[in-house]
Design a protein around this ligand. Structure first.
Ligand SMILES: [Mg+2]
Length: 274
């Protein structure tokens, strides 16, 4: 593994942050130690830029990160100091207004009426659905590239909705708590684009560890060298993924995150110092 950069692309909610209270205190020192050992940690999440900035503030570190299910990557100079991009970012998505316009024009009424967008709910409902308090709610609603919603319908209707969105170049992402309508982006696409750029521009060799807990993490788990799955406390998740290579944590987040990172590093004989 000499001359190979270890990159951890990690989901946040339910993977690194506790599903119940979004805490990560128990593993904060472990995360900082990974960074000190030269491992690059790249949050890749459905969260917004302002939510991730709150997390980075709590961690006390600036990191590169992917927002809103692969819509954009920020802080690219922290992935490679020679990366030069406008605003230090790469954007893969149309704006939320363009997405909303397409939804209004192209989705039939019988599906539309099953969608309750979070933006149209009272703040009490929003807090309940997102499991957030008043302080953090505005950060979660400050979305640039996606529209969170609750869908009232069977699995078959969800599939029908997914197919229709796909026809008009959009996607339905299923997160731990809600659905999101997004442009044709994914966590996996954003990650692959970044890895390709590193390889092509700088001949950069990487070993990627990916950590997730929900269907919207599958695209990045599928393109990783080491996929890791964190169990949710209240239900089975990602049990259908059959890749023999997957490391599954026995504990939920945040402790499960440390468990899979330690196991992944052990597999490649990387010894953490400190
Ligand atoms: Mg998650």
């Amino acid at each position: 593994m000499k001359n190979t950069q270890i990159l951890i692309f990690t989901d946040l909610d339910g993977s690194l942050l506790s599903h119940n209270n979004f805490e990560f205190r128990e593993i904060k020192n472990f995360i900082l130690n990974c960074i000190k050992n030269g491992i690059k940690i790249i949050p890749n999440t459905s969260k917004t830029k302002s939510e991730i900035e709150v997390f980075l503030d709590q961690l006390g570190q600036n990191l590169p990160f992917v927002v809103e299910n692969g819509a954009a990557i920020h802080n690219l100079d922290l992935v490679h100091r020679k990366f030069k991009f406008k605003n230090n970012s790469l954007i893969f998505s149309r704006s939320v207004n363009e997405i909303l316009e397409l939804f209004e024009k192209r989705i039939p009424i019988e599906l539309k009426k099953r969608c309750s967008f979070l933006k149209d709910m009272s703040s009490i409902e929003q807090m309940k659905i997102l499991g957030l308090n008043k302080k953090y709610l505005p950060f979660a609603l400050n979305r640039e590239y996606s529209m969170p919603l609750v869908f009232d319908g069977s699995k078959e209707l969800v599939n029908k909705f997914t197919v229709l969105l796909k026809k008009i170049g959009m996607k339905l992402h299923e997160g731990g708590r809600i659905y999101n309508i997004c442009d044709d982006c994914s966590k996996g696409k954003a990650m692959t684009t970044l890895i390709e750029k590193l390889k092509n521009d700088f001949n950069f060799k990487s070993h990627t560890i990916v950590i997730g807990d929900s269907p919207n993490d599958i695209s990045m788990l599928n393109v990783s060298d080491q996929p890791c799955v964190i169990p949710l406390p209240n239900r089975n998740n990602l049990c259908h993924l059959k890749d023999q290579n997957i490391i599954r944590a026995t504990q939920s987040a945040p402790q499960g995150w440390e468990e899979v990172v330690r196991a992944s590093l052990k597999k490649i004989n990387f010894e953490l110092e400190g």
